[in-house]
Design a protein around this ligand. Structure first.
Ligand code: ZN
Length: 173
């Protein structure tokens, strides 16, 4: 297991367009394993190669059992289709401790290659759709903070907002 250092907002690697992967070399396989280790260690839902300073079109996602049986390895991913809309709080391992409200499609259909360079299609709704689009945007040098409505919040501020919302709903009931 090897953890890589996660680059944070302001790092030049996060605004670059990444290069397509031609083959999964031994080095690429190590990178994929490290991305998974680093994502799990940081308790993230996804991690893209540029977030650890590697400008290749590779990302990993684990949105949890509710969405998928095993982590997704996305090589050269492309969004084929999106539909619907969802608005929710979103975070990023490159913007630690912060969340922001982002509206995104509620459904995404993505074509990608796995670690054996076999092409596959993944369809996601809700959190998985959000994660797919978020990670693919990283590969083009974009960050969710560009799309946040209002201010970025700390986790404490978000907890307070959610607590107040819950109280309002209890009042209504
Ligand atoms: Zn991110």
């Amino acid at each position: 297991m090897a953890l890589r250092q996660i680059r944070e907002l302001g790092d030049p690697c996060l605004v670059k367009v990444c290069k397509p992967v031609k083959e999964v070399s031994e080095r690429t396989q190590v990178l994929i394993d490290d991305l998974l280790d680093t994502m799990y260690d940081a308790e993230g839902v996804g991690l893209a190669a540029p977030q650890v300073g590697i400008l290749k079109r590779i990302a990993v996602i684990d949105a949890g059992e509710e969405y998928q049986d095993e982590p997704l390895i996305l090589i050269n991913p492309e969004i084929l289709e999106t539909a619907g809309e969802q608005t929710d709080y979103e975070g990023c391992l490159s913007v630690p401790g912060k969340v922001g409200e982002v509206t995104r499609p509620n459904y995404a259909k993505v074509k990608a290659y796995d670690a054996e360079m076999n092409e596959y299609i993944v369809e996601g709704e809700g959190l998985l759709a959000r994660a797919l689009i978020h990670e693919i945007e990283h590969l083009d040098g974009h960050m969710y903070v560009e799309k946040v409505r209002g201010e970025l919040l700390t986790s404490e501020e978000l907890a307070e907002i959610l607590r107040q919302k819950e109280m309002q709903e209890e009042d209504k009931a």
